[in-house]
Design a protein around this ligand. Structure first.
Ligand code: SAM
Length: 202
């Protein structure tokens, strides 16, 4: 049974992604952790974006604009979204896709550099490969109290092979767990194979 459809803008983002060779599903060449956000992540981001009245959303790593399409479709009319992508072809495709929405800005370049001066944010989707606790802390500083930060592309611990080094050390889980300003949790997506981390700044 399908409980909810996919917004038309997200469908168009998938089309744009395929046109520029940005991997979308497991069958696409180059698919992996550097590809489009999963539908479960997109729907989760949309749910959070819907609560960002009068606020601002920041995305690090636009890709082809799939996450941005989920969020911009759901966010209130008085909310803004700024997203940054280092790959100029991806950034151009996303800019094209989202051009009709004046609330959305797609920037080309390093996401931490470009997004940091644009805070404070109600929601940050940190999806550009941030792996330093210091950078992660700086992103949390950009959140308003009550604001959320999301990172995806995790495998639930119970699904990891016993020998996986991620049982011992996982930098993403470590960044959330070591940040004293966050109350956070891990959410398993409806596909039961992937999870994300979400934290609220107290
Ligand atoms: C996982 S994908 C993003 C997926 C996208 N958020 C979505 O919802 O479909 C990661 C993206 O981050 C970009 N990226 C990597 N390093 C970056 C950086 N320093 N600044 C901006 N983007 C970066 C990559 O080119 C890639 O397109």
């Amino acid at each position: 049974m399908t409980y909810a459809g996919t917004p038309e803008l997200v469908e168009r983002a998938y089309t744009a992604a395929r046109r520029i060779g940005f991997p979308v599903t497991a069958g696409d060449p180059g698919h992996g952790r550097g590809s489009a956000c999963l539908p479960g992540t997109g729907r989760f981001l949309a749910m959070l974006a819907a609560g960002c009245q009068g606020g601002r959303i920041g995305e690090l790593g636009t890709g082809a604009g799939i996450g941005a399409a989920w969020m911009s479709t759901a966010m209130p009319a008085d909310c803004g979204l700024v997203t940054a992508e280092i790959d100029p072809i991806r950034a151009a495709a996303a800019r094209d896709l989202l051009a009709a929405d004046s609330r959305v800005e797609v920037l080309t370049g390093d996401a931490v550099e470009l997004i940091s001066p644009r805070g404070p944010f109600e929601l940050i989707f940190a999806d550009s490969g941030v792996r330093s606790g210091e950078t992660f802390g700086a992103l949390v500083t950009l959140l308003r109290p009550g604001g959320r930060i999301v990172m995806d592309d995790l495998t639930p611990l119970r699904l990891l092979p016993a020998a996986s080094p991620l049982h011992e050390r996982d930098i993403k889980r470590e960044m959330f767990a070591s940040e004293p300003r966050l109350t956070w949790t891990e959410v398993v997506l409806p596909d039961l194979e992937n999870s994300l981390l979400v934290g609220t700044r107290r």
